[in-house]
Design a binder for this molecule. Structure first.
Ligand code: DGL
Length: 259
């Protein structure tokens, strides 16, 4: 593994691009390879074994592309597979997702927080342990919002239908007293403007992509693997799904895509 090697990312679809954006903002000299498994999206309601198998395939692909670190840019895949990936490739640094329950619980005045995520994430060990460790004395409300994943995959981030879908999920959490909403799925930050509009004045919206980017930096730095500041970053994007739709999502985000 060399400092000039790329950082690899994978997600069930375009959601992990929210993490990619945070990482490349913090580490502008790092090259990247992003794999979007949109052909198999969503992961949220798939059996754990299936998600593990898919994740193993994505890691193999990213390692063949020479990646020096793999970001599991998907909460559901982190919940289902990150332990197995670390066991299979002990020499590879992995950074996974963790729902930001801790900062939400610490900041909450009402001691009620709402978490929006997939079913798979809520079933994971990491989520249960984080709640038990970090949210003592706080009521954590869980909301499965699989329909948000479909909206984002379609690139529908601001239509009136998207707003209705967001309202339907968020209003009950606000009515139950949540003053912080945690985005526990990497697709959801793309709906953050809508979620903030619905929650305005009632709840703050928290998501962990910047914390994950800082963790990537820490891990690379600890291994002496940060890219030289003279490096011109190159970014490669690949998808198992509809190439045209994927490229148009990148264009919507103003991500200059190569590869
Ligand atoms: N982006 C994903 C996550 O963070 C998964 C969405 C899905 O495929 O269900 O959980």
């Amino acid at each position: 593994m060399n400092t000039a090697d790329p950082i690899g990312f994978f997600d069930s679809g375009v959601g992990g691009l929210s993490v990619w954006c945070a990482v490349t903002r913090l580490l502008p000299h790092e090259s990247t390879v992003y794999f979007s498994d949109s052909a198999n999206c969503p992961y949220g309601d798939k059996p754990v074994e299936r998600i593990r198998d898919l994740s193993r395939g994505h890691v193999r692909r990213l390692l063949e592309a020479g990646c020096k670190l793999v970001v599991v840019a998907c909460n559901t895949a982190t919940a289902a597979a990150v332990d197995a990936l670390r066991a299979e490739w002990p020499e590879v640094p992995f950074v996974g997702m963790e729902p930001a329950v801790k900062p939400a619980a610490l900041r909450s005045q009402s001691h009620v927080v709402g978490v929006l995520a997939t079913e798979g994430t809520f079933h994971g060990r990491l989520y249960r342990e984080t709640c038990a460790r970090c949210a003592k004395g706080t009521t954590v409300l869980m909301c499965v919002a699989d329909d948000f994943v479909r909206l984002v995959e379609r690139g529908d981030l601001d239509s009136s239908a998207a707003e209705r879908a967001v309202r339907a999920r968020v209003e009950p959490l606000l009515a139950a007293g949540a003053d912080h909403l945690v985005l526990g799925c990497t697709h959801f930050p793309f709906l953050k403007p809508l979620i903030e509009k619905v929650a305005a004045g009632r709840a703050a919206v928290i998501e962990p992509s910047e914390a994950v980017a800082r963790q990537v930096k820490r891990v690379l730095s600890a291994r002496g693997l940060l890219a030289p500041v003279t490096q011109a970053a190159e970014h490669v994007f690949e998808t198992s799904g509809d190439e045209k739709r994927f490229r148009s999502f990148l264009a919507q985000l103003k991500i200059p895509s190569c590869g």
